[in-house]
Design a protein around this ligand. Structure first.
Ligand SMILES: [Fe+2]
Length: 210
């Protein structure tokens, strides 16, 4: 059974379970689509990359809402539970035996260039390139926008963070491309729109897309 057949149902399930994770997923999919095109990913892969990105946090449907929406710092036990979401998604997707690309983004998007990520602690080029591309977009979107435990961080500060984390947490070549892409697209970027417009846009986008 193809994962694409499940995508709409999974996304609607995620939307009902936790709207914030759903919006983050749809927004990162849109940004990833644009960034992947910018770095020259071939068009035959773009649609699948977009689908993969939209499903990257689907494993969070198995994490209690009391943890996902917690306003204070997570306990060690709660953080351990959060860290299981890539493996949960991997287990669900493996049962479907579909695209490696979709499964690998869900499974590996918390791996980091220096090996400090999870669940496998992969390092450098052992992490597939499209996952390294996605992880930059995922972290950028997560930090740019409000979370239950903190306000969103202004983009100027965030770009400084990525410069600092280049070569440690993130592939330096990809960070270079990301910074160029942000500079180029800032003027017309959706991120400059008021938050409620962004959320309405992604909601409409997913309805039309799936
Ligand atoms: Fe995640």
């Amino acid at each position: 059974m193809a994962i694409s057949n499940f995508a709409s149902a999974w996304l609607q399930g995620l939307r009902q379970y936790d709207l914030a994770t759903y919006i983050h997923s749809i927004r990162t999919a849109k940004y990833f689509f644009d960034f992947a095109r910018y770095v020259g990913i071939c068009s035959s892969e773009i649609k699948l990359l977009h689908l993969s990105a939209s499903l990257h946090d689907i494993g969070k449907m198995a994490i209690p809402l009391s943890i996902l929406r917690k306003k204070g710092a997570l306990s060690t036990e709660e953080y351990c539970q959060i860290k299981k979401h890539p493996e949960i998604a991997f287990a669900w997707m493996t049962l479907l035996r579909d695209s490696d690309m979709v499964t690998e983004i869900a499974y590996l998007h918390h791996e980091r260039w220096d090996g400090s990520g999870y669940p496998l602690g992969l390092k450098g080029n052992a992490i597939p390139r499209f996952v390294r591309l996605f992880s930059v977009i995922d972290v950028w979107d997560a930090m740019l926008n409000d979370r239950p435990y903190r306000d969103g961080i202004p983009e100027g500060k965030l770009l400084a963070y990525f410069i600092q984390a280049s070569g440690s947490l993130f592939d330096p070549e990809i960070v270079d491309a990301f910074l160029k892409w942000r500079r180029k697209s800032t003027a017309e970027s959706i991120s400059t729109a008021p938050r409620f417009v962004v959320e309405q846009t992604v909601a409409l986008y997913v309805v039309n897309e799936f």
